[in-house]
Design a protein around this ligand. Structure first.
Ligand SMILES: *Cc1c(COP(=O)(O)O)cnc(C)c1O
Length: 397
């Protein structure tokens, strides 16, 4: 996945152009910037590549989720349905707005289980937030039908699956809003950065204003602009946007490398009858950022994960025990350990997770191992890795 592996000449050249002007901010300074508008250019490139009307760059993927929710009017007491398997950014963005994160179980897609989503809907539910973890997507067709039936927003977190598609559409462009992260370890990187994409004109306008202190961006005098509503600062800098501009031009090359490497590893593991693979919903194509597979049970999965590490197969994850990606270790959320008081709605409406049955999530997560697909591997390295993985797994199952 990580685009930083192939950081090179193109990225340096784009950054140098910004350094030559000295204008590091994305807004204003029109006379000084010598025609360099890296953030605007990257937004245009994203709109074209993701086939959407609008892209709004921001400072991180977490900021993108926050801005996306805010742009659609999500606020105190609104409930957002999010998966038990994701990155902590999902609930951070929801809590930042005073809204209520409601954890919902996953299925063998390793993303939101549509049946569980439907059961979790209350009169306060406003958004369904699927997270396309590890390069593959949620069952977007089923989720969209639920959203239409209950008048809810569909917000796709495509931070780990940029370049994947569903029914021919780029992930992130299928729902009402989509989010990307360009942090240092994502498929393409800005160093730090993120983006919101949408076909909705008013959400876009709101995102544009909200991410820059409410600035309406009308006219040529920044100080004279008005602030139609409260905002915040989630701006990206021109230096970060410049790195992303070079990287997005390379996205399709990166995806081709991921697919090639993934396919070699998958073919090797497919020969082992005890190994099965995460389900990709019909109509979807992965970004191939990770290869995720199931062992017959949790004990074997844990053993396999340990043995892979011992045999030098790095970058494989056993998410079930992970501090950052699976709800079992999120005691800071479950016990609401915040520095200051949270909004009263959060205390009132957050479900008591001790009483909710997530055995289906545990069933799938407990058996899952995900291996990162790197861009910098040579074919020789991938073939060796495939052989070592297959041998290691066979020695255990
Ligand atoms: C990385 C990531 C984010 C947050 O992105 P940052 O840019 O690191 O804030 C959100 N969701 C998922 C699924 C991620 O992997």
């Amino acid at each position: 996945m990580p685009g930083f592996e192939l950081f090179g000449k193109q990225e340096k050249e784009e950054v140098q152009k910004v350094l030559d002007t000295g204008v590091l901010m994305r807004y204003g300074f029109d006379g000084l910037r010598d025609g360099q508008w890296k953030a605007k250019e990257l937004e245009k490139a994203l709109e074209e590549r993701m086939d959407v009307r609008h892209a709004q760059l921001v400072s991180s993927g977490t900021a993108a989720l926050t801005v996306a929710l805010a742009s659609a009017g999500v606020g105190a007491g609104d409930e957002v349905l999010m998966p038990t398997f994701t990155f902590v950014a999902s609930f951070e963005s929801i809590l930042a707005l005073g809204a209520v994160p409601v954890l919902v179980g996953i299925d063998d897609t390793l993303t939101l289980d549509p049946e569980a989503v439907e059961k979790a809907i209350t009169k306060n539910t406003k958004v369904v937030m699927p997270v396309h973890m590890c390069g593959s997507m949620a069952d977007l067709n089923a989720l969209k039908a639920i959203c239409q039936k209950h008048d809810l927003l569909l917000l796709e977190d495509a931070c780990q699956a940029i370049g994947g598609t569903y029914e021919g559409k780029p992930l992130g462009s299928y729902g009402d809003l989509g989010c990307f992260s360009f942090d240092y370890v994502k498929t393409i990187t800005c160093g730090e950065g993120g983006a919101v994409i949408t076909n909705n004109d008013s959400y876009y306008k709101n995102a544009d204003h909200y991410s820059d202190h409410g600035h309406d961006h009308e006219g040529l005098d920044r100080g004279a602009e008005t602030h139609p509503f409260l905002g915040y600062n989630y701006r990206i800098s021109e230096l970060h946007a410049a790195v992303g501009l070079a990287q997005i031009a390379r996205l399709d090359d990166f995806l081709a490398i991921q697919k090639k490497n993934y396919s070699i590893l998958r073919t090797a593991l497919e020969a082992i009858p005890e190994v099965t693979f995460r389900r990709v919903p019909v109509g979807g194509e992965e970004s191939y950022a990770f290869l995720s597979f199931f062992l017959p049970d949790a004990t074997l999965a844990k053993k396999t994960h340990t043995a892979l590490g011992a045999n030098g197969v790095d970058a494989c994850f056993y998410w079930y025990d992970n501090n950052w990606h699976y709800f079992r270790q999120w005691e800071h959320l479950l016990e609401k350990k915040s520095l200051g008081k949270l909004s009263p709605e959060i205390y009132r409406q957050c479900p008591d997770y001790g009483t909710i049955d997530f055995s289906k999530s545990d069933h799938w997560m407990g058996r899952t191992i995900s291996c990162l697909i790197k861009l910098g591997w040579t074919e020789e390295v991938v073939l060796q890795r495939a052989a070592t993985m297959a041998e290691t797994i066979r020695s255990i199952v």
